[in-house]
Design a protein around this ligand. Structure first.
Ligand SMILES: Nc1nc2c(ncn2[C@@H]2O[C@H](COP(=O)(O)OP(=O)(O)O)[C@@H](O)[C@H]2O)c(=O)[nH]1
Ligand SMILES: [Mg+2]
Length: 595
């Protein structure tokens, strides 16, 4: 086999890796948990095994020795090598850094970060032959709670590291990795075992006479079958008189599970001296088999091809579940977004309506307006005595010490209260809508601004927006008043008085201007309407009112839009992108076509 460093398949799988990495499952939805695991295992499988292996098909074979606690893995590795490279013993369920034993000439390949790039390499104490030996501890497997023991092989705090041990006895082209127990009580160990087996070209699965029927190892073996990983088995620690019976039973089980073709080596249990090695003759068949495999490049290539193809097929088969889990996230986010959008749009519409239908012409605003134009009396006599009213009005506008300022303030207060009520109710409704799902609830409870309430600076922002609008209305009046025909009258009534009158007219623009049904609000505004018409003419008043209204609507929309944005930002921050499913599906198809 050659080294297709830039093969199309390699490029396609690298694309697939990128696409898989761009999937995101931040919301707790039904498929999320499994999808995160699948994403992790697919990513690991690509970077730990498929990509490095595919880029160097002729690289040394990685044989991972796996199995349950106490099966005899470490002892077996030590016995095959002929010295203690990995610490045996089951007394210390600590995090262990697995030991990789290899021929010194294969060192470059495994020392580089091409294989298992996530694991740092350590070399034990001296970096020469015998490095992984445990100084001063033969026969004393140590006590729990001494993780600091210097130089303890295969032990210690470096959970995410790989310990390299070189030895001439390891055949060139083949490395043995003593993996943590697949059923370790330490989670990190189990996960590490999982990751290492996923990086193997060949599983050397060790089981013991006492444990060969256990469920956990069989779970692993089934996975190997599923992915067509090359597997060889060692039935370890069998009492010599039970060898026939137990190996026959195990063979039967292997047949049933689709592993009938896997080589099986039986190692009889013999008394060991201080956790020492198994006598050489007991491991000789296995040692010879491994040696032959290492020496036969065609056999090695066949093992690689089998495991690699199985891994790629499995990988390609697992991306649809990632696509659908990502779509599940997108759908949930879409619903949350739609809830927030709908509620804030409705709130905006309510404010727009409320600032036009006369609702604002109540309470303080109404009182100030009446004070501003005179008395309620004036309103009642409006229809008959419009000319007289105009005189009275102008007197009122000129004669009083700026009552329009109080009216302007009342308008600001009234408008601010209306906006705030709308924003408060929208925040309440949106959080209630989000609370209906666990995913939405989790989002609300995330760190950050409390979304159940309006923004802390809402009142201030709203007041500023209203004052800016009032300033805009005054400016409109000033501009309109600069016209020769009206300048005198504008001066007579005062820009502020006319401006605030225009506001009142805007607030009743759907409520009475058309005439037929004057409520209090309509009647109230009609006075202003008549006044403005007298100053500017009907057409100009209509235009002014329309411009003032448009400007107000835009400000309301901006204010509520900023409130809504807080929710949308929280959704955006999840990093679930809509183009991912398509890209992942395309990358999968591309890889599948090249396989
Ligand atoms: N008598 C005997 N003891 C063994 C044999 N293999 C392993 N052991 C002991 O069983 C314990 C666990 O072995 P170890 O190699 O650490 O198993 P691992 O957990 O699979 O790595 C150690 O105390 C070993 O000395 C064997 O063939 N014969
Ligand atoms: Mg061990």
């Amino acid at each position: 086999m050659t080294a297709p460093a830039s093969s199309p398949l390699l490029a396609a799988l690298d694309q697939l890796r990128v696409a898989v990495a761009s999937c995101a499952f931040p919301l707790e939805l039904p498929a999320a948990h499994q999808a995160r695991r699948t994403q992790q295992s697919v990513t690991d499988q690509l970077s730990d095994y498929i990509l490095p292996r595919l880029s160097r098909l002729d690289a040394p074979l990685l044989v991972v020795v796996g199995g349950s606690t106490g099966a005899g893995k470490s002892t077996l590795v030590n016995s095959l090598v002929g010295r203690r490279v990995s610490q045996p013993g089951v007394l210390r369920p600590t995090t262990r850094s697995p030991v990789l034993v290899l021929n010194p000439e294969d060192r470059a390949w495994f020392a580089s970060n091409r294989v298992l790039p996530g694991l740092a390499r350590t070399t034990g104490t001296t970096g020469t032959a015998g490095t992984a030996e445990t100084p001063g501890t033969p026969g004393t497997p140590g006590t729990p709670g001494t993780p600091g023991t210097p130089g303890t092989a295969g032990d210690g705090t470096a959970g995410n590291s790989l310990q390299l041990a070189t030895d001439e006895t390891v055949p060139l082209g083949l490395a043995l990795l003593d993996a943590p127990d697949v059923d370790s009580v330490v989670t990190e160990n189990r996960e590490m075992a999982d990751q290492l087996l996923a990086a193997a070209d060949l599983w050397l699965f060790v089981t013991s006479a006492a444990r060969y029927a256990d469920a956990v190892p069989w779970g692993f073996l089934r996975r190997a079958v599923e992915r067509t990983v090359a597997v060889a088995l060692v039935l370890d620690r069998v009492a010599p008189q039970a060898i026939d019976e137990i190996s026959a039973h195990l063979r039967e089980m292997l047949d049933e599970q689709g592993l009938g073709q896997a080589p099986l080596f039986v190692v009889p249990e013999v008394p060991l001296h201080h956790q020492g090695p198994i006598p050489l003759n007991a491991v000789m068949p296995l040692r010879i088999w491994l040696g032959n495999l290492a020496a036969d490049s065609a056999a090695r290539a066949a093992v690689v091809r089998q495991t690699l193809e199985g891994a790629i097929v499995h990988l390609i088969g697992s991306t649809p579940s990632l696509v659908s889990a990502h779509v599940e996230q997108l759908d949930a986010i879409g619903r949350l977004r739609a809830d927030a959008d709908r509620i804030y749009r409705a709130a905006g519409a309510r404010v727009t309506e409320g600032t036009a239908d006369g609702s604002l012409l109540r309470g303080e605003v109404l009182a100030r307006w009446q004070e501003f134009v005179g008395t309620g009396e004036l309103l009642r006599s409006l229809e008959r005595r419009i000319g007289w009213l105009r005189d009275k009005l102008s007197a009122a506008l000129r004669g009083r010490p700026a009552p329009e300022n109080e009216l302007t303030e009342a308008v600001e207060t009234g408008l601010e209260a209306m906006l705030r009520a709308a924003a408060e109710s929208a925040a309440e409704q949106t959080s209630a809508a989000w609370r209906q799902t666990p995913a939405g609830t989790a989002l609300l409870e995330q760190d950050g601004p409390a979304l159940e309430y309006i923004s802390p600076d809402f009142r201030e922002t709203a007041s500023r927006a209203i004052r800016d609008w009032q300033g805009y209305v005054m400016q409109l009046v000033r501009e309109e008043g600069s016209d020769k025909r009206s300048v005198a009258r504008v001066l007579a009534y005062g820009v502020n008085g006319i401006g605030v009158t225009l506001m009142i007219v805007v607030f009743a623009s759907t409520a009475g201007i058309t005439g037929a049904e004057f409520g209090v609000a309509g009647g109230t505004a009609v006075v202003g309407q008549k006044l403005l018409e007298a100053i500017f003419g009907d057409q100009a008043v209509r235009t002014l009112a329309a411009r003032a209204r448009k400007n107000l609507d835009a400000r309301v929309e901006a204010l509520l839009g900023a409130e809504l944005l807080r929710y949308l930002q929280r959704l955006d921050a999840l990093g679930v992108y809509p183009d991912v499913p398509e890209r992942l599906a395309a990358a999968t198809d591309a890889a599948a076509a090249l396989r």
